[in-house]
Design a binder for this molecule. Sequence first.
Ligand code: SF4
Ligand code: SF4
Length: 167
Amino acid sequence: MSNLSDVFNSAAAIAKGMSITFGEMFNPTITDHYPDAPPVFQERFRGAHVLQRDENGLEKCVACFLCAAACPADCIYIEAAENTDTLRISGGERYAKVYNIDYNRCIFCGYCVEACPTDAITHGHGFELASYNTSTLIYRKEHMLAPIPEGAHFPLKAEESSEPAGH
Ligand code: SF4
Ligand code: SF4
């Protein structure tokens, strides 16, 4: 009796699998015409990183080093510096004076993104990273910084940035 139910279950599993196969056969084929047209990415695609700014144009990175600590490939290099009375770069006490990612080593695991407490580092959709020259695969902060939002007053003086929102 159990042999009969095994056969029945196997046949049902095969029929279920084949129904998906046949269903897909009659769906339209989707082809990206890259490089003639840009490819379409899912939102979750993990491409080259972007260092984000807040709505005032301040860098979200506060140089806490958590992303570097979480990186299993040891490919993030950061040098921290203090914001001063005359020049504020980030919303915190410190900012990343140097922020490098070595794409020779990055495995696009996303651990750095998950570790970041300020949502400063995210994966963008940039994917054209291949190069014959490995030295070009070390991306500096300047490569990765998001543009300053339109209308933002940047760089802000420290006293200006500490004013309550709306002033
Ligand atoms: S995606 Fe992974 S390997 Fe790449 S920098 Fe982030 S933590 Fe490191
Ligand atoms: S990107 Fe995020 S986790 Fe990395 S140093 Fe900056 S604030 Fe910290």
